[in-house]
Design a protein around this ligand. Structure first.
Ligand SMILES: [Zn+2]
Length: 198
């Protein structure tokens, strides 16, 4: 393993958040951050996605009662069968659902950290019939994507810094789709690139 590889595998632990210096946002996506002896380009959407994803999973048992239940009208018997087959999973993550047997499903409670309208819930559940064992992951990923700060959204310095601090404290350094949250350019590496020696 050469030294660059070794460096990549060594994600610095955060000792003091003040070591993180937020320098600005570039290309509508990346938070530019200096930490220790490295420059980081942090993907703001992917990082926020990971944070919201974790929050959804951690708070799965907590529900929010809806004043007006979400109603999903199924389009086929297949849809009804599918919702029946995943009811246990849905209950376990905080949904309360009931069908009157005519293809009308009422959701009186949804998970506290679910972000989405009645339409998005219908799409999340019936757009593709996700296998039951993958459904909670898929719901968490969709809710996270929907709630995460979008490309082109400009975060103020305090929020950006806060997101960067949270990024470095995450255990998983990827978004729910498996993409890395940032790229790191170490000072050594940058110096090497411009053939500079200290
Ligand atoms: Zn996304």
């Amino acid at each position: 393993m050469d030294s660059i590889e070794a460096e990549k595998n060594q994600i610095p632990e955060i000792k003091n958040p003040d070591e993180i210096i937020f320098l600005g946002t570039v290309l509508g996506v990346f938070l530019v951050v200096q930490k220790d002896d490295s420059l980081y380009l942090i993907d703001q959407h992917a990082t926020h996605e990971r944070i919201l994803f974790n929050k959804f999973i951690e708070n799965m048992k907590r529900s929010q009662k809806l004043l007006f239940p979400y109603v999903i009208e199924t389009q086929s018997d297949d849809d009804d069968e599918y919702l029946k087959s995943v009811s246990d999973q849905l209950h376990s993550c905080g949904f309360s659902l009931h069908s009157d047997g005519t293809g009308r499903w009422e959701f009186s409670e949804i998970p506290a950290n679910y972000i989405g309208t009645e339409e998005s819930l219908a799409e999340d559940l019936l757009g593709k019939h996700i296998p039951p064992q993958d459904l909670l992951y898929s719901l968490a990923a969709k809710t996270a994507c929907r709630g995460a700060v979008k490309d082109g959204t400009f975060l103020d310095a305090a929020s950006a810094k806060d997101l960067a601090v949270q990024a470095f404290s995450l255990t998983e350094k990827t978004c729910p789709h498996g993409r890395p949250l940032w790229v790191e350019f170490s000072k050594d590496n940058l110096f090497r690139l411009i053939r500079r020696t200290e």
